[in-house]
Design a binder for this molecule. Structure first.
Ligand code: NDP
Ligand code: BG6
Length: 510
């Protein structure tokens, strides 16, 4: 099989493996991907590299796709291509050059017709040049921009860049987080964009939903008999969802100070993970059925009490010249949430996120209750846990007590370990953005945040955020490179988490 045929077969098999039910979505014809904010950090580091990876795997081909960068900065096509080149990882120089040739740059403002009319002209020319056989216009606008310009950009797209020749196809808008700063501002933004585009055209991206192990959560929970009877308040004592970074707000202090760790990580990434861990089984895998269940569980979260929160700010955060000297913005937070429903009543969900900590990792830790009638006297060795390591070293491992091998009858903590690097040695795990852009092209909204889901997420955190914004709650200082404030560990213990002593899971090395 030639490489072209192999790629076609791969694309076809990818589609038939999926659980999608969107046969009405045109899959062929001209595809124009427009990256707005093309001069920025996200576009360079994530969006264009994701597009390149899709191209090199055959999901985008030069027969039908064209990519446009749009921003105010006045640069040429080649200048943009050179900026992007350094972020593309491939041993095939020729492939990189072919991909870069698909990119054209248009410069213009975000709130006047002129630039967008020029953009539309370029897209239309491309569509007519490619559409000699299959007539259809698929236009994907990726807003890699600060949210403050979303409304004007969406207005301009609607006004100037919709397919006027009725070629058929679709227009889709991808918006980045942070989507609003609280419930009122998020609803206002939703109203503004909602007046211009239908919900089915809006893709609110949360890149944690594109991570391999996050995408595995529903399979683990609902395709395995093991877990179904255990996944509830009768067996589970507490759940932790943790995000740690071993670097500070380097270079992003100005942005970060306006938002803080709760808006940057907890309200979106960690809460999305929580919804997948805690939701009920959906009727089917249709995106709306899954998102209905996510909304329900978010709506069951009780208001947050101040005593269930510890905030921190690392020493040196305010040294950043873009951060105000008296900033009250938390760079660390532990928040305990309680879900008021039949499955989870009484089980604390501990969400913890911090910058400038001792290590970088993201994981879900489900801790089970003690075994009743401890005839082995092994309770002190630690509880059963299922840990889903999202990154780095993707893994799912179960901590359990086993007999210490040898002549003695004694117990020891060990693990059943599904480490991806070992079990799937030749599989390259796709980048989250790669997967989510492909979903957008395919019209699959399962891994995107629906408007009512976003609203429910803001409803949970807005009162707490307002108390922090008003200075009613203060972050505690912590040392960079530490575990965060000691009070956070105390809160964890109060919530019922029992730390395993004398045992640590070590990711396998190959
Ligand atoms: P940038 O600050 O790099 O902005 C992107 C582009 O937008 C800039 O190149 C600039 O282009 C234009 N721009 C910047 N500020 C303004 C402004 N005040 N008004 C109008 N245009 C402006 O942002 P990022 O690329 O880092 O992020 C883009 C979006 O993605 C944001 O919403 C961000 O929160 C989100 N995001 C970013 C992540 C990252 O890792 N960077 C991670 C997750 C989300 P020009 O001046 O040429 O028009
Ligand atoms: C972004 C946050 O959404 O996620 C950043 O704005 C954070 O502050 C990043 O560093 C983490 O993403 P990942 O995929 O590296 O865990």
């Amino acid at each position: 099989m030639g490489s072209g045929q192999w790629l076609m077969a791969k694309r076809a098999s990818f589609r038939s493996d999926s659980f999608l039910d969107n046969e009405n979505v045109p899959e062929t014809g001209c595809l124009s991907i427009v990256v707005l904010g093309a001069s920025g950090d996200l576009a360079k580091k994530k969006t264009f590299p994701a597009l390149f990876n899709l191209y090199s795997q055959g999901f985008l081909t030069s027969n039908d796709v064209h990519i446009f960068g749009y921003a105010r900065t006045k640069i040429s096509d080649d200048q943009l291509r050179n900026r992007i080149r350094g972020c593309l990882t491939s041993s095939k120089e020729e492939e990189v050059s072919e991909f870069l040739q698909l990119i054209k740059y248009v410069s213009g403002s975000y709130d006047t017709d002129e630039g967008f009319q020029l953009l539309d002209k370029e897209i239309s020319e491309h569509e007519f040049s490619k559409n000699s056989v299959e007539v259809s216009s698929r236009r994907l606008f990726y807003l890699a921009l600060p949210p403050s310009v979303y409304p004007s950009v969406c207005r301009m797209i609607k006004q100037c860049c919709m397919d006027k020749s009725n070629l058929g196809g679709w227009t889709r808008i991808v918006v980045e987080k942070p989507f609003g700063k609280d419930l009122a501002s998020a609803e206002e933004l939703s109203d503004q964009i909602g007046e211009l585009f239908d919900e089915s055209q809006i893709y609110r991206i949360d890149h944690y939903l594109g991570k391999e192990l996050v995408q595995n959560l529903l399979v683990i929970r609902f395709a395995n008999r093991f877990f179904m009877p255990l996944w509830n308040r009768d067996n589970i004592d507490n759940v932790q969802i943790v995000f740690r970074e071993d670097f500070g707000t380097d270079g992003r202090g100005g942005y970060f100070d306006e938002y803080g760790i709760i808006r940057d990580i907890i309200q979106n990434h960690l809460l999305q993970v929580l919804s997948l861990v805690a939701m009920e089984k959906p009727v089917s895998l249709k995106p709306e059925h899954i998102r209905d269940e996510k909304v329900k569980v978010l709506q069951s979260v009780l208001p947050i009490n101040d005593e269930d929160v510890v905030l921190g700010q690392y020493d040196g955060y305010r040294d950043d010249p873009t951060v105000p000297d008296h900033s009250n913005t938390p760079t660390f937070a532990t928040v305990v949430l309680h879900i008021h429903n039949e499955r989870w009543e009484g089980v604390p969900f501990i969400l913890k996120a911090g910058k400038a900590l001792s290590s970088r990792k993201a994981e879900i830790r489900v801790q089970f209750k003690d075994v009743p009638g401890d005839i082995f006297k092994c309770r002190k060795q630690g509880r059963n846990e299922i840990v889903i390591r999202l990154q780095p070293s993707e893994a799912i491992y179960m901590k359990l007590a086993v007999k210490q091998p040898g002549l003695e009858m004694s117990t020891v903590q060990s693990e059943l370990d599904l480490s991806y690097s070992q079990r799937y040695q030749n599989v390259i795990i796709p980048e989250a953005y790669e997967r989510l852009i492909l979903d957008t092209i395919r019209g699959d909204q399962q891994h995107f945040v629906r408007r009512d889901e976003l609203k429910a997420a803001w409803e949970i955190f807005t009162p707490l955020l307002h108390r922090i914004d008003n200075g009613e709650m203060k972050p505690l200082a912590y040392k960079p490179g530490s575990r965060g404030p000691a009070e956070a560990d105390e809160l964890l213990a109060k919530a019922g988490y029992v730390q395993t002593r004398g045992y640590i899971w070590i990711p396998p090395t190959l």
